[in-house]
Ligand binder design. Structure first.
Ligand code: PLP
Length: 353
Protein backbone atom coordinates (compact mmCIF):
# COMPACT_ATOMS: atom_id res chain seq x y z
CA UNK A 1 0.00 0.00 0.00
CA UNK A 2 1.52 3.38 -0.95
CA UNK A 3 2.16 5.92 1.79
CA UNK A 4 -0.31 8.53 0.47
CA UNK A 5 -3.14 6.02 0.56
CA UNK A 6 -2.13 4.92 4.06
CA UNK A 7 -2.23 8.54 5.26
CA UNK A 8 -5.63 9.19 3.70
CA UNK A 9 -7.03 6.02 5.27
CA UNK A 10 -5.64 6.98 8.68
CA UNK A 11 -7.13 10.47 8.36
CA UNK A 12 -10.53 9.03 7.46
CA UNK A 13 -10.36 6.58 10.35
CA UNK A 14 -9.63 9.44 12.72
CA UNK A 15 -12.55 11.41 11.29
CA UNK A 16 -14.92 8.47 11.84
CA UNK A 17 -13.62 8.08 15.40
CA UNK A 18 -14.23 11.77 16.07
CA UNK A 19 -17.77 11.55 14.69
CA UNK A 20 -18.49 8.38 16.66
CA UNK A 21 -20.93 6.92 14.13
CA UNK A 22 -20.16 3.30 13.33
CA UNK A 23 -23.32 2.05 11.60
CA UNK A 24 -25.06 3.72 8.66
CA UNK A 25 -25.25 7.48 8.10
CA UNK A 26 -23.07 9.76 6.01
CA UNK A 27 -20.14 7.54 4.94
CA UNK A 28 -22.58 4.80 3.91
CA UNK A 29 -24.84 7.23 2.05
CA UNK A 30 -21.86 8.80 0.30
CA UNK A 31 -20.54 5.41 -0.71
CA UNK A 32 -23.87 4.32 -2.17
CA UNK A 33 -24.32 7.63 -4.01
CA UNK A 34 -20.80 7.54 -5.49
CA UNK A 35 -21.23 3.96 -6.70
CA UNK A 36 -24.66 4.79 -8.18
CA UNK A 37 -23.15 7.66 -10.10
CA UNK A 38 -20.07 5.77 -11.27
CA UNK A 39 -21.95 2.64 -12.37
CA UNK A 40 -25.04 4.54 -13.52
CA UNK A 41 -27.14 2.39 -11.21
CA UNK A 42 -30.55 3.62 -10.04
CA UNK A 43 -30.25 1.90 -6.64
CA UNK A 44 -27.10 0.77 -4.84
CA UNK A 45 -27.66 -0.88 -1.48
CA UNK A 46 -24.59 -1.75 0.53
CA UNK A 47 -24.44 -4.79 2.78
CA UNK A 48 -21.99 -6.86 4.79
CA UNK A 49 -20.37 -8.91 2.00
CA UNK A 50 -20.87 -10.30 -1.50
CA UNK A 51 -22.27 -13.64 -0.34
CA UNK A 52 -24.99 -11.83 1.60
CA UNK A 53 -25.69 -9.68 -1.46
CA UNK A 54 -26.50 -12.85 -3.43
CA UNK A 55 -28.70 -14.19 -0.64
CA UNK A 56 -30.50 -10.85 -0.28
CA UNK A 57 -31.09 -10.73 -4.04
CA UNK A 58 -32.62 -14.20 -4.04
CA UNK A 59 -34.84 -13.43 -1.05
CA UNK A 60 -35.90 -10.07 -2.47
CA UNK A 61 -37.08 -11.92 -5.58
CA UNK A 62 -38.97 -14.40 -3.34
CA UNK A 63 -36.90 -17.37 -4.47
CA UNK A 64 -36.89 -20.23 -1.99
CA UNK A 65 -38.07 -23.74 -1.26
CA UNK A 66 -38.93 -25.80 -4.35
CA UNK A 67 -37.33 -23.33 -6.77
CA UNK A 68 -34.39 -23.95 -9.06
CA UNK A 69 -31.65 -21.50 -9.96
CA UNK A 70 -29.18 -21.99 -12.82
CA UNK A 71 -25.55 -21.56 -11.75
CA UNK A 72 -22.28 -22.10 -13.67
CA UNK A 73 -20.19 -25.09 -12.56
CA UNK A 74 -17.00 -23.02 -12.26
CA UNK A 75 -17.33 -20.14 -9.80
CA UNK A 76 -16.57 -19.21 -6.22
CA UNK A 77 -18.63 -21.30 -3.82
CA UNK A 78 -20.82 -18.35 -2.72
CA UNK A 79 -22.82 -18.36 -5.96
CA UNK A 80 -24.29 -21.78 -5.17
CA UNK A 81 -24.17 -21.41 -1.38
CA UNK A 82 -26.60 -18.49 -1.45
CA UNK A 83 -29.06 -20.53 -3.51
CA UNK A 84 -28.95 -23.38 -0.98
CA UNK A 85 -29.20 -20.96 1.95
CA UNK A 86 -32.57 -19.65 0.71
CA UNK A 87 -33.84 -23.24 0.34
CA UNK A 88 -33.65 -23.41 -3.46
CA UNK A 89 -31.71 -25.86 -5.62
CA UNK A 90 -28.70 -24.85 -7.73
CA UNK A 91 -28.83 -26.45 -11.17
CA UNK A 92 -25.33 -26.45 -12.60
CA UNK A 93 -24.41 -25.81 -16.21
CA UNK A 94 -21.07 -25.99 -17.99
CA UNK A 95 -19.00 -22.94 -18.94
CA UNK A 96 -17.27 -21.88 -22.14
CA UNK A 97 -13.50 -21.97 -22.62
CA UNK A 98 -13.14 -18.66 -20.73
CA UNK A 99 -15.05 -19.95 -17.71
CA UNK A 100 -18.27 -18.03 -18.41
CA UNK A 101 -21.71 -19.63 -18.28
CA UNK A 102 -22.37 -21.68 -21.43
CA UNK A 103 -24.68 -20.17 -24.05
CA UNK A 104 -26.62 -23.44 -23.75
CA UNK A 105 -27.79 -22.59 -20.21
CA UNK A 106 -31.47 -22.31 -21.30
CA UNK A 107 -31.44 -26.11 -21.84
CA UNK A 108 -31.24 -26.48 -18.05
CA UNK A 109 -34.56 -24.70 -17.49
CA UNK A 110 -37.48 -26.62 -16.00
CA UNK A 111 -40.88 -25.39 -14.81
CA UNK A 112 -39.23 -24.86 -11.39
CA UNK A 113 -36.53 -22.49 -12.68
CA UNK A 114 -36.87 -19.04 -11.15
CA UNK A 115 -33.54 -17.42 -12.01
CA UNK A 116 -30.16 -17.69 -13.67
CA UNK A 117 -26.95 -16.36 -12.11
CA UNK A 118 -24.35 -15.37 -14.71
CA UNK A 119 -20.96 -14.89 -13.05
CA UNK A 120 -18.57 -12.35 -14.56
CA UNK A 121 -15.66 -14.62 -13.72
CA UNK A 122 -12.17 -13.10 -13.41
CA UNK A 123 -13.76 -9.70 -14.24
CA UNK A 124 -14.86 -10.67 -17.75
CA UNK A 125 -18.51 -9.95 -18.40
CA UNK A 126 -20.87 -12.57 -19.79
CA UNK A 127 -22.52 -11.40 -23.03
CA UNK A 128 -25.52 -9.90 -21.23
CA UNK A 129 -27.90 -8.78 -23.96
CA UNK A 130 -28.82 -12.28 -25.25
CA UNK A 131 -28.83 -13.69 -21.70
CA UNK A 132 -31.24 -11.05 -20.37
CA UNK A 133 -33.42 -11.42 -23.46
CA UNK A 134 -33.66 -15.21 -23.11
CA UNK A 135 -34.38 -14.95 -19.37
CA UNK A 136 -37.09 -12.37 -19.88
CA UNK A 137 -38.75 -14.41 -22.67
CA UNK A 138 -38.74 -17.38 -20.28
CA UNK A 139 -40.12 -15.37 -17.37
CA UNK A 140 -37.15 -15.95 -15.07
CA UNK A 141 -34.99 -13.46 -13.14
CA UNK A 142 -31.36 -12.60 -13.77
CA UNK A 143 -29.11 -12.16 -10.72
CA UNK A 144 -25.67 -11.05 -11.81
CA UNK A 145 -22.78 -12.24 -9.72
CA UNK A 146 -20.57 -9.23 -10.41
CA UNK A 147 -18.43 -9.82 -7.31
CA UNK A 148 -15.27 -9.89 -9.44
CA UNK A 149 -16.29 -7.33 -12.06
CA UNK A 150 -16.66 -3.95 -10.36
CA UNK A 151 -16.09 -1.22 -12.95
CA UNK A 152 -16.50 -3.35 -16.09
CA UNK A 153 -18.95 -1.95 -18.65
CA UNK A 154 -20.63 -3.56 -21.66
CA UNK A 155 -22.36 -1.36 -24.22
CA UNK A 156 -22.19 1.47 -21.68
CA UNK A 157 -23.90 -0.54 -18.93
CA UNK A 158 -21.96 -1.62 -15.86
CA UNK A 159 -21.56 -5.17 -14.62
CA UNK A 160 -24.33 -5.62 -12.10
CA UNK A 161 -26.80 -3.25 -13.77
CA UNK A 162 -28.06 -5.61 -16.49
CA UNK A 163 -29.93 -8.08 -14.31
CA UNK A 164 -32.86 -7.73 -11.90
CA UNK A 165 -30.24 -7.53 -9.17
CA UNK A 166 -26.45 -7.31 -9.44
CA UNK A 167 -24.25 -8.40 -6.57
CA UNK A 168 -20.86 -6.90 -5.74
CA UNK A 169 -18.16 -7.86 -3.28
CA UNK A 170 -15.60 -5.49 -1.78
CA UNK A 171 -13.49 -8.24 -0.24
CA UNK A 172 -9.95 -6.84 0.21
CA UNK A 173 -8.46 -8.56 -2.85
CA UNK A 174 -11.13 -7.21 -5.23
CA UNK A 175 -10.33 -4.31 -7.59
CA UNK A 176 -12.27 -2.10 -5.19
CA UNK A 177 -11.50 -3.66 -1.84
CA UNK A 178 -12.39 -2.67 1.73
CA UNK A 179 -10.10 -3.18 4.72
CA UNK A 180 -12.43 -5.96 5.73
CA UNK A 181 -15.75 -7.26 4.44
CA UNK A 182 -18.38 -5.42 2.41
CA UNK A 183 -20.81 -6.00 -0.45
CA UNK A 184 -23.64 -4.43 -2.39
CA UNK A 185 -26.84 -5.11 -4.32
CA UNK A 186 -27.51 -3.03 -7.41
CA UNK A 187 -30.94 -2.83 -8.95
CA UNK A 188 -32.71 -0.76 -11.58
CA UNK A 189 -36.13 -1.95 -10.44
CA UNK A 190 -37.83 0.53 -8.08
CA UNK A 191 -39.87 -2.29 -6.50
CA UNK A 192 -36.80 -3.96 -4.98
CA UNK A 193 -34.63 -1.57 -2.93
CA UNK A 194 -37.07 -1.25 -0.07
CA UNK A 195 -37.33 -5.02 0.33
CA UNK A 196 -33.56 -5.48 0.13
CA UNK A 197 -33.07 -2.81 2.80
CA UNK A 198 -35.69 -4.46 5.02
CA UNK A 199 -34.08 -7.87 4.59
CA UNK A 200 -30.62 -6.67 5.57
CA UNK A 201 -31.83 -4.81 8.64
CA UNK A 202 -34.09 -7.22 10.57
CA UNK A 203 -37.15 -6.29 8.52
CA UNK A 204 -37.24 -2.83 10.12
CA UNK A 205 -38.46 0.15 8.10
CA UNK A 206 -38.04 2.16 11.32
CA UNK A 207 -36.63 1.17 14.66
CA UNK A 208 -38.63 -1.51 16.53
CA UNK A 209 -41.12 -2.01 13.73
CA UNK A 210 -40.52 -5.40 12.06
CA UNK A 211 -42.28 -6.14 8.80
CA UNK A 212 -40.59 -9.41 7.89
CA UNK A 213 -37.91 -11.80 9.10
CA UNK A 214 -34.68 -10.28 7.97
CA UNK A 215 -31.18 -10.41 9.32
CA UNK A 216 -28.25 -8.17 10.08
CA UNK A 217 -26.22 -7.67 6.94
CA UNK A 218 -25.45 -3.98 7.33
CA UNK A 219 -22.14 -2.62 6.08
CA UNK A 220 -19.86 -1.13 8.76
CA UNK A 221 -19.62 2.67 8.48
CA UNK A 222 -15.86 2.35 8.81
CA UNK A 223 -15.70 0.06 5.76
CA UNK A 224 -17.88 2.47 3.76
CA UNK A 225 -15.49 5.26 4.83
CA UNK A 226 -12.44 3.27 3.71
CA UNK A 227 -14.17 2.40 0.44
CA UNK A 228 -14.87 6.10 -0.16
CA UNK A 229 -11.12 6.67 0.07
CA UNK A 230 -10.33 3.64 -2.12
CA UNK A 231 -12.75 4.90 -4.75
CA UNK A 232 -10.59 8.00 -5.23
CA UNK A 233 -7.83 5.76 -6.58
CA UNK A 234 -9.97 3.28 -8.49
CA UNK A 235 -9.56 4.59 -12.02
CA UNK A 236 -5.80 5.15 -11.63
CA UNK A 237 -5.43 1.61 -10.28
CA UNK A 238 -7.41 0.23 -13.21
CA UNK A 239 -5.08 1.97 -15.67
CA UNK A 240 -2.09 0.34 -13.95
CA UNK A 241 -3.75 -3.10 -13.91
CA UNK A 242 -4.57 -2.89 -17.61
CA UNK A 243 -1.02 -1.75 -18.44
CA UNK A 244 0.42 -4.78 -16.62
CA UNK A 245 -2.09 -7.08 -18.34
CA UNK A 246 -1.12 -5.61 -21.73
CA UNK A 247 2.57 -6.14 -20.98
CA UNK A 248 1.93 -9.78 -19.96
CA UNK A 249 -0.03 -10.37 -23.18
CA UNK A 250 2.78 -8.97 -25.30
CA UNK A 251 5.53 -10.84 -23.50
CA UNK A 252 3.73 -14.20 -23.36
CA UNK A 253 2.35 -14.14 -26.89
CA UNK A 254 5.11 -16.38 -28.28
CA UNK A 255 4.62 -19.20 -25.76
CA UNK A 256 2.62 -21.89 -27.52
CA UNK A 257 2.03 -23.90 -24.32
CA UNK A 258 0.21 -20.99 -22.72
CA UNK A 259 -3.37 -19.93 -23.47
CA UNK A 260 -3.85 -16.27 -22.56
CA UNK A 261 -7.03 -14.62 -21.24
CA UNK A 262 -9.31 -13.27 -23.95
CA UNK A 263 -10.61 -9.72 -23.94
CA UNK A 264 -8.77 -8.65 -20.78
CA UNK A 265 -8.01 -5.20 -22.21
CA UNK A 266 -11.61 -4.59 -23.30
CA UNK A 267 -14.00 -2.31 -21.43
CA UNK A 268 -16.17 -5.24 -20.37
CA UNK A 269 -13.30 -6.83 -18.45
CA UNK A 270 -11.93 -5.17 -15.32
CA UNK A 271 -8.74 -7.28 -15.37
CA UNK A 272 -9.47 -8.63 -11.90
CA UNK A 273 -7.43 -11.78 -12.52
CA UNK A 274 -4.91 -12.74 -15.20
CA UNK A 275 -5.74 -16.39 -15.72
CA UNK A 276 -3.58 -18.44 -18.06
CA UNK A 277 -4.21 -22.01 -19.15
CA UNK A 278 -1.51 -24.63 -19.49
CA UNK A 279 -1.28 -28.43 -19.36
CA UNK A 280 1.85 -27.89 -17.20
CA UNK A 281 -0.05 -25.86 -14.60
CA UNK A 282 1.11 -27.64 -11.45
CA UNK A 283 4.73 -27.75 -12.60
CA UNK A 284 4.65 -24.01 -13.46
CA UNK A 285 3.06 -23.22 -10.12
CA UNK A 286 5.77 -25.12 -8.23
CA UNK A 287 8.49 -23.41 -10.26
CA UNK A 288 7.12 -19.94 -9.43
CA UNK A 289 6.55 -20.82 -5.79
CA UNK A 290 10.19 -21.87 -5.40
CA UNK A 291 11.32 -18.36 -6.26
CA UNK A 292 8.69 -16.65 -4.14
CA UNK A 293 6.07 -15.83 -6.78
CA UNK A 294 2.67 -16.66 -5.36
CA UNK A 295 -0.07 -17.85 -7.72
CA UNK A 296 -3.62 -19.10 -7.17
CA UNK A 297 -6.15 -21.35 -8.84
CA UNK A 298 -9.64 -19.97 -9.38
CA UNK A 299 -10.87 -22.69 -8.91
CA UNK A 300 -9.27 -26.13 -8.52
CA UNK A 301 -12.57 -28.00 -8.15
CA UNK A 302 -15.90 -27.43 -9.87
CA UNK A 303 -18.96 -27.00 -7.65
CA UNK A 304 -20.91 -30.09 -8.82
CA UNK A 305 -17.98 -32.21 -7.59
CA UNK A 306 -17.92 -30.63 -4.13
CA UNK A 307 -19.44 -32.43 -1.17
CA UNK A 308 -22.23 -29.90 -0.42
CA UNK A 309 -23.36 -29.68 -4.06
CA UNK A 310 -22.57 -33.14 -5.37
CA UNK A 311 -24.33 -33.63 -8.71
CA UNK A 312 -24.12 -36.91 -10.52
CA UNK A 313 -25.90 -35.85 -13.70
CA UNK A 314 -24.85 -33.24 -16.21
CA UNK A 315 -21.93 -32.54 -18.49
CA UNK A 316 -19.43 -30.08 -17.02
CA UNK A 317 -16.51 -31.21 -19.13
CA UNK A 318 -15.26 -27.75 -20.15
CA UNK A 319 -15.35 -26.41 -16.56
CA UNK A 320 -13.69 -29.55 -15.33
CA UNK A 321 -10.90 -29.35 -17.90
CA UNK A 322 -10.38 -25.67 -17.06
CA UNK A 323 -10.11 -26.40 -13.35
CA UNK A 324 -7.10 -28.60 -14.09
CA UNK A 325 -5.16 -26.15 -16.25
CA UNK A 326 -5.96 -22.62 -15.05
CA UNK A 327 -3.48 -20.54 -13.07
CA UNK A 328 -3.89 -16.94 -11.87
CA UNK A 329 -0.60 -15.12 -12.08
CA UNK A 330 -0.05 -11.98 -9.97
CA UNK A 331 -1.99 -8.95 -11.20
CA UNK A 332 -2.67 -5.93 -9.05
CA UNK A 333 -1.99 -2.24 -9.20
CA UNK A 334 0.66 -2.38 -6.45
CA UNK A 335 3.10 -4.54 -8.44
CA UNK A 336 6.19 -2.54 -9.34
CA UNK A 337 8.11 -2.84 -12.63
CA UNK A 338 10.83 -5.05 -11.13
CA UNK A 339 8.25 -7.49 -9.81
CA UNK A 340 6.41 -7.59 -13.14
CA UNK A 341 9.68 -8.15 -15.04
CA UNK A 342 10.69 -10.96 -12.68
CA UNK A 343 7.33 -12.70 -13.18
CA UNK A 344 7.68 -12.41 -16.95
CA UNK A 345 11.28 -13.61 -16.96
CA UNK A 346 10.51 -16.64 -14.80
CA UNK A 347 7.48 -17.71 -16.82
CA UNK A 348 9.38 -17.31 -20.09
CA UNK A 349 12.38 -19.24 -18.80
CA UNK A 350 10.08 -22.05 -17.63
CA UNK A 351 8.53 -22.51 -21.08
CA UNK A 352 11.48 -21.43 -23.25
CA UNK A 353 14.59 -22.52 -21.30
C1 PLP B 1 -17.71 -14.91 -7.96
C2 PLP B 1 -17.89 -14.51 -6.53
N1 PLP B 1 -19.12 -14.54 -5.98
C3 PLP B 1 -19.34 -14.19 -4.73
C4 PLP B 1 -18.33 -13.78 -3.90
C5 PLP B 1 -18.63 -13.49 -2.47
O1 PLP B 1 -18.17 -12.31 -1.99
P1 PLP B 1 -17.73 -12.15 -0.44
O2 PLP B 1 -16.40 -12.82 -0.29
O3 PLP B 1 -17.67 -10.67 -0.27
O4 PLP B 1 -18.77 -12.77 0.38
C6 PLP B 1 -17.03 -13.69 -4.42
C7 PLP B 1 -15.91 -13.20 -3.60
O5 PLP B 1 -15.06 -13.83 -3.15
C8 PLP B 1 -16.79 -14.10 -5.76
O6 PLP B 1 -15.57 -14.08 -6.28
Amino acid sequence: MDSSLKERLKDRFEKVLEEGIFSGRLEVQNFENTVSKFLKSSYSISCANGTDALELALRALSIGLGDEVIVPALTWVSTAEAVVLVGAKPVFVDTDEQGLISEDWPNAMTPKTKAVIPVHLYGKMVDMEPLVQKASQSGIFVIEDAAQAFGAFQKGKAAGTWGDVGCLSFYPTKNLGALGEAGMCLTQNSALPEKIRLLLNHGQPVRDQHELVGRNSRIDSIQAAFLNVMLEDFEGNQTRRKAIAKYYLEEFSGISDLILPEGILAEDHNAHLFVVQTERRDELRRHLEKIGIGTAIHYPKILPEMKPFLTLEGDFSISERLSKKILSIPLNSHLNSDEVNTIIREIKSFFLP
